[in-house]
Design a protein around this ligand. Structure first.
Ligand code: ZN
Ligand code: ZN
Length: 316
């Protein structure tokens, strides 16, 4: 009983989201070390961009685990950048859940700007990330939350995201961008209610990449994040991120042919330990024309626009 209550105190209860397991400390430390190494690779000048897909555990707090996250590797990497290099960090969180752990960690820090786009906390874990959360004391203004309505689709999501990151980068003038690439805002993701397609996972990395070359001399560290449709969404989304970071020539065909063209032929033939219980996608992008359009599209778009305006009132 006593051990149970101690576990609960640290967010590690056996029947919770983040149950304790043998070796969890070593695993979580190794994962955080990967994000710190990725940050060092960029800040030291050895590489312009780096990617650590095991990272992006944005819900963990300094004193407790939360939402599948034990230690907050993103906060650790940003703290490392601050203490070793004194660089100003723009953190961009594209996961469908609010990047709460990172936000609260730097809430009073004027040199770390946390920007998160997510489904509104009215309906989704962790229940925070509202437009009025803007940082506190000397960190006031260095926090932006874009809370999107359930059933938001590509155009509205991308429009809000573009405006938010452009205005933030212009006002904040970061030295480096650290981005979190959870890909659970896809319509097929089982945890959230956003109705976006693979197009946002082609476009958001491209926008962040352009921002990095405009504002931070290319300094860009990308991390993974959530994503719970393991067969149809995550492999495509994170491959598109990797291709973008490398300016891979494959992107020119993905951008010019319908649905991005076919996925590499090797993909459906990868030997799998467990068979997916769904048909694997055959193209890079989704055929949204075949999807049922969301009712209330205009209303949702309008509400997102209003929320964004409210959230950005304090951005210069
Ligand atoms: Zn998530
Ligand atoms: Zn580049």
């Amino acid at each position: 009983m006593k051990a149970l209550s101690i576990a609960a105190q640290y967010g590690l209860e056996a029947d919770g989201d983040t149950p304790h397991f043998p070796g969890m400390h070593q695993a979580a430390v190794a994962l955080s070390a990967g994000s710190i190494a990725a940050a060092d690779a960029v800040m030291s000048g050895r590489f312009e961009h780096s990617l650590h897909l095991a990272g992006g555990l944005h819900h963990a707090f300094p004193d407790r685990a939360s939402g599948f996250c034990i230690y907050n590797d993103a906060a650790a990497a940003i703290s490392y950048i601050r203490s070793k290099y004194r660089a100003r960090v723009l953190y961009i969180d594209t996961d469908v859940h609010h990047g709460d752990g990172v936000q609260w960690f730097f809430y009073t820090d004027p040199d770390v700007f946390t920007l998160s786009i997510h489904e509104t906390g009215k309906f989704l874990f962790p229940g925070s990330g509202f437009p009025h959360e803007r940082g506190d004391s000397s960190g006031y203004g260095a926090c932006l939350n874009i809370a999107m309505e359930p059933y938001t689709e590509d155009d509205s999501w991308l429009d809000c995201f573009r405006q938010a990151i452009e205005r933030t980068a212009l006002a904040f003038r970061p030295d480096i961008i650290v981005s979190q690439h959870g890909c659970d805002a896809h319509a097929l993701d089982p945890l959230a209610h956003i109705h976006c397609s693979m197009r946002i996972y082609r476009e958001m990395p491209r926008m962040i990449h352009q921002l990095a070359h405009r504002y931070t001399n290319g300094k860009w560290v990308a991390l993974g994040g959530g994503g719970y449709d393991h067969w149809r969404v995550v492999p495509r989304a994170w491959s598109l991120l990797w291709l973008e970071m490398n300016e891979d020539p494959l992107l020119s065909s993905i951008d010019s042919v319908p649905l991005g063209g076919p996925l590499p032929r090797a993909w459906p033939n990868i030997p799998l330990k467990s068979k997916p219980d769904v048909a694997l996608p055959t193209t890079w992008l989704d055929d949204v024309a075949s999807w049922v359009p969301m009712p209330r599209r205009a209303e949702i778009t309008e509400k997102n626009k209003k929320n964004l305006e409210l959230a950005m009132q304090h951005i210069g």
